[in-house]
Design a protein around this ligand. Structure first.
Ligand SMILES: Cc1cc2nc3c(=O)[nH]c(=O)nc-3n(C[C@H](O)[C@H](O)[C@H](O)COP(=O)(O)OP(=O)(O)OC[C@H]3O[C@@H](n4cnc5c(N)ncnc54)[C@H](O)[C@@H]3O)c2cc1C
Length: 415
């Protein structure tokens, strides 16, 4: 008889694990708290019919696992036509693209020459402060990283720096291309979900126990409380949610401590339809800070959409995203793009207030980075996935990487 595995969380991590295990002849049930799949990847259609991304958006040319998944699912990608790493600096002293590239190159070279102990005890803030950069260069570099990590940079381990390449996987390509899924990034999740027989939306899990068969899980659904028993479990929910699960018996201390040590960044996005077709652009406001961009759609034309992203508590306070009223940010977006006319209302999502993500994505201090090896340990028939358990954490690539790894563990350990 087929072993029955439950996957909790229908984001890219959980659905990748489900797809793999389904193909390996396991019986799969996916439980998802929201009434949609995709988790932190959430595509929407704006007033003018254009697709916009409210969560994970940029697919790097080096995101091999996302790109392979697109091929596997028969989905097409579109080159955005805008480089994530080349932004016109607005609301601050200009920093030409060549100087932006110099800062990245210098940080990579400096890191490569640093002693191991200095790297393992360093933070991104201190590292940037010691680089020989001009004041505008430093301000822009700092601002770009601070909003990307969504956390004060003195809390982020230097080992998490975008150019840190201990095993050559995380190298950065300054001139590389960026892609989006033509039909919206969420189609990856939807296509996998459509191929599975048993996906239960509106099912929020809160407790995990061990039983004779393997695992019991309990929670609440639209139809009331549920308790289910399976042979194995893959937990693929964001790290702050796992930290609140009640495990009976409790998780081994090293795993529990590793989970508890990870922080979540805070980030928000705003997106709005434009009346005419905008030109391609990537602008970075270093003062607030936030950045905004346009990009190509599947028909080869620029999508009639502009989207902006910001991160860190300080930036989001300035943009008043907590109020759920997009007025402050929309005004800044308009001032930054005086050539554009808008259609319909802007859509804003502040992920820090999201019950099922508790922030945007994982961020690792030095203490948390030291405990990374425990995050992928299984406990009996319980396995862990999610972007925070991946080498390429905080990305869609990491989510898929973790789902593939968890599925492999299940097939090796639960034959
Ligand atoms: C604003 C923003 C911008 C981003 N930009 C990029 C980008 O440009 N490029 C990039 O590569 N990545 C980006 N990311 C990161 C990327 O989206 C995530 O790393 C990735 O989607 C995480 O996938 P996951 O499956 O690990 O988690 P999730 O997508 O969070 O999936 C977990 C699922 O578990 C569900 N869940 C939670 N609690 C429970 C529960 N108790 N019971 C049942 N189900 C539960 C959730 O609803 C969710 O569906 C961005 C993220 C955000 C928020």
């Amino acid at each position: 008889m087929k072993k029955h595995i439950v996957i909790v969380g229908a984001g890219f991590a959980g659905l990748t694990a489900a797809l793999e295990l389904d193909e390996r002849e396991y019986k799969i049930t996916v439980l998802e708290a929201r009434h949609r799949v995709g988790g932190r990847v959430w595509s929407t259609t704006l007033a003018n019919g254009e697709i916009a991304e409210l969560g994970g958006e940029w697919i790097n040319v080096k995101d091999g696992k996302v790109l392979s998944m697109l091929d596997r699912l028969g989905l097409s990608k579109t080159e955005v036509g805008v480089n994530f790493l080349r932004r016109k600096v607005i609301a601050g002293a200009p920093v030409p693209f060549a100087e932006q590239a110099v800062a990245i190159d210098l940080s990579a070279k400096t890191l490569a020459g640093m002693p191991e102990e200095a790297i393992t005890s360093g933070t991104i803030r201190d590292f940037i402060n010691q680089l020989p950069l001009s004041p505008p260069q430093r301000k822009y570099f700092f601002s770009r990283l601070q909003i990307s990590y969504g956390l004060d940079l003195h809390q982020v381990a230097l080992r998490m720096m975008e150019v840190y390449t201990p095993n050559q996987q995380k190298s950065i390509n300054i001139d590389g291309s960026y892609f989006r899924v033509t039909s919206g990034n969420m189609s990856i999740a939807q296509t996998i979900a459509d191929s599975l027989e048993d996906i239960r939306l509106g099912h929020e899990v809160s407790q995990v126990g061990y039983s004779k068969q393997g695992v019991t899980i309990s929670g609440n659904s639209v139809d009331g409380p549920f308790q289910l028993e399976f042979d194995g479990l893959v937990i693929a929910v964001p790290v702050k949610v796992v930290a609140e699960f009640e495990f009976q018996p409790p998780l081994p201390l090293p795993i529990k401590n590793a989970i508890a040590s990870i922080a979540m960044g805070t980030a928000a996005k705003i997106t709005v339809a434009t009346r005419g077709r905008p030109t391609l652009r990537a602008y970075h406001d270093v003062e607030t800070p936030f950045w905004c961009w346009t990009g190509n759609g599947g028909d080869g034309n620029v999508r009639k959409v502009i989207t902006a992203f910001s991160g860190s508590v300080e930036a989001l306070n300035k943009l008043d995203t907590n109020s759920n009223d997009p007025a402050v940010w929309f005004q800044k977006l308009k001032s930054a793009n005086p050539d554009l006319e808008f259609e319909g209302d802007p859509v804003m999502v502040d992920w820090s207030g999201d019950k099922w993500s508790r922030g945007s994505y994982s961020a690792f201090s030095n203490q948390a980075t030291d405990q990374i090896p425990f995050l992928t340990n299984s406990v009996g028939s319980v396995f862990f996935a999610g972007e925070h358990t991946a080498y390429q954490s905080a990305t869609m690539e990491g989510a898929i990487e973790s789902g593939l790894r968890a599925a492999k563990q299940v097939s090796e350990e639960l034959k």
